[in-house]
Design a protein. Sequence first.
Length: 348
Amino acid sequence: MTETTVQKRRKTFTPLGIVFAIAGVALFVYFVKKAGVDQIVEGVGRLGAGFVLIIAISSVRHIVRSIAWMLCVEQPYRLRFWDALRARLMGDAIGNILPFASFVISEPAKPALIRDRIPLMAGFSAIVIENIFYSLSVVVFVFSGMLALLLSFGLTKGLRLASLITLAVIAIVIALGALLIRKQMRFISGATSFLNRRGLNKQWVAKSRSLEDRVYGFYQRNGSRFLPILFLEACFHFAGVIEIYTTLSFISPQQPPTLFTAFILESVNRVITMAFKFIPLRMGVDEAGTGKVSKVLQFTEVVGVTLAIVRKARDVFWAAVGVALLVHRGLSLRAIARDAESAIAEHV
């Protein structure tokens, strides 16, 4: 992959990103007005200083995934906690703010941001491995949540269909993932070999094979780390459930939450996050999805929309922290996005 290719891809994504961002803002305005601005403001007011507690709980999620990334780095390299945490916050800031960045830049940016600490390939392969563990935990978590929603509550046709489709997609993903791991299928190097015959740089093909070797060989070399990493990923989801439970306890005193309803709402949030990562802050779609599911769970739509807005405020807070770290290093969002794309294009 050349610098010219990277620039062409960026130019292709930029107009799409702008379109999706505008559509998201329009949806956000629509659902906020539909739920009632005054009621939402009242709900946010009830949260008040409790937002500090929300930030504290959400910090656990960044911490545990940073530690999980550290455990995915293989000897002789070692990733320090602070380096992992700041790279995660800066990378997530890029993904939350820039349209389409979460889809193509956010994760590669994280190892690129600390390539002065550990080699880019070591950091990149570790973030790939950590994301595989995270994806596995998401699959189990979302499957459990969607199944609980289907079996415990009466759903509208639309929500029932969406839940069934989600379960079907998860089943397919599990089957394909098991096949890939069991057979150690070389789909990346296979694809790059195909492209090589059409002019792709041979060095890029070789490095894609090196990446696959690192990922597939991780279990053989580090089997003892599997359970700790999975435990950390589970803590990420548990913190999400506690965060929603705490938020609802403040904003919905007339209908107190249970851990079960918080669990279902967090699983829905994971689906929305994964499906709409290309929309900055999941603007509009989070309010729509959370509002509808909240009604099914016996909350009001206003409560659901307010919950989504509080979540958005939490994301904005952490994005601001990430931007502050970037500014401290003399970097801008778009500059580091370009650097990340170039670094990955040159080294992977």
